[in-house]
Structure formats: C-alpha cells, structure tokens
Design a protein around this ligand. Structure first.
Ligand code: SAH
Length: 211
C-alpha cells in the first residue's frame, strides 16, 4: 500500500492552522517541505503526521508540530539569519528552522541522538543544518553570535551563555520551568546588555540537563 505522505502533511498543516491560528505561509510551507517520518523510528512512522509529540530514544521526545510552529512564529525568522537550536534530538525542529533561515547549528547532548539526527537531516535534504554533540547550556560559542535561538528542552533558569551568544537585535524562544510547570519565554535583545522578556503560555518539554 502506498501512503500519500504529501496529503498527510497537508492535513497536518490544516491542524496546525486550526489550533494555532497561524497564517504565516513561510512557516506552514516549512511543514509541507520537511518529511517528519524521516526523523522517527520505523515503529512511529504511522503517527508521523499527527499533531503530537512522539517518543524518541533515551526517554526524549520529538516536539509537537503545533508547538514548534508557535515557537518559530515567535522567533520572526528571516532568510538571512544564522540560528542555533539547543536540544536537537531527532533533528526535526532544526530542519523546520532550516527552511526559514540561512544556517542552523544544532547542539545535542546525547551522542547517539546527534548521530541519528545527522543521518535523518541528510535524508531529508536539510543541507544547511549542522549538528554538534555537546552541552547546550554553554551555547555553541564557536559559531556565535546567533540571530535566532530556539531551545527545545526546558531549563529551570535561562543559561547566561545563550543570552551572551544572541546577536543584538536577536530573538530567543525558550521553555522555562520544572517538569510540572513550564512557560514559553521569548526574549528580544535590544542592546548588548538589555533583553526584553515576554512570558507567553504554558508548555511541556523534557528538561534541559547539564550546565
Ligand atoms: N527539537 C527536538 C526535541 C528533542 S527533545 C526534536 O524535534 O526532535 C530535547 C532534546 O534536548 C533531547 O534530545 C535531549 O537529549 C536534549 N538536551 C537536554 N539537555 C541538553 C543540553 N544541556 N544540551 C543539549 N541538548 C540537550
């Protein structure tokens, strides 16, 4: 049986549109262009285009599409930007981000996940996404500064290194809190020493460990 994955992706986009009220066609198109099934294990592929988080190895999860869509919307990405994703996991969110900006650096703590993400990103044709293994609480200084930072795991407090490595004019979207209660926080760096913070809405991510 052949499954029409383009049709499934289109259904996913309609669900994202309905649940988030997003109308940014660049973001919705990114979901049409990135094959989520390539980032999941064989056993999970049948649910690849449902709007929910999917278990990944080592107790981690592939983020929920509508949540990624909201974070991407808050980031206000531009084609010229260089971006960092902390907590790259499967590589799916990094691939979506790669559709909206020039370059993405992804940092993932768990080496086996980072290795798998590289393979999935290559299969998905995401040539502008580079995955590094390491502790993202320190950011990724070798490629800083970043115009945009997407954090896909929740720390108890925002790591200073990420604020330092954000370019002036840059934006960061980061879930902050503990395993029971988290808020998506959005920062806009308005000068080398000032960030305007906005707390948006509740969310659930795996913890950002390390640091
Ligand atoms: N965006 C990913 C989400 C993966 S879940 C996706 O769509 O698949 C969050 C990831 O953050 C996990 O893979 C976990 O290993 C990673 N992580 C947790 N703490 C980290 C840290 N300090 N540095 C880098 N990655 C971290």
């Amino acid at each position: 049986m052949t499954v029409d994955l383009r049709a499934e992706r289109q259904d996913l986009i309609e669900r994202i549109r309905a649940s988030t009220e997003l109308s940014d066609e660049r973001i919705l198109n990114a979901f049409a262009n990135v094959p989520r099934h390539e980032f999941l294990s064989e056993a999970q592929r049948s649910i690849a285009y449902e709007d929910r988080a999917v278990p990944l190895d080592e107790g981690q999860t592939v983020s929920q599409p509508s949540m990624i869509a909201i974070m991407l919307s808050e980031l206000e990405c531009d084609v010229g930007h260089r971006a960092l994703e902390v907590g790259t996991g499967s590589g799916y969110a990094a691939a979506l981000l790669g559709q909206l900006v020039a370059q993405v650096y992804g940092i993932e703590l768990r080496p086996a996940l980072a290795a798998r993400a590289r393979v999935s990103l290559e299969r998905a044709g995401a040539t502008n996404v580079h995955v590094v293994t390491g502790d993202g609480t320190r950011g990724l200084p070798e490629h800083a500064p970043y115009d945009r930072i997407l954090v896909s795991a929740a720390p108890a407090r925002i790591p200073d290194a990420l604020i330092e490595q954000l370019a002036v004019g840059g934006r960061i979207a980061i879930p902050v809190g503990n395993e029971h209660s988290q808020t998506l926080v959005v920062g806009h760096k308005t000068s080398p020493t000032d960030v305007e913070w906005r707390r948006t809405f509740p969310c659930i991510f795996v913890p950002l460990v390390g640091g």
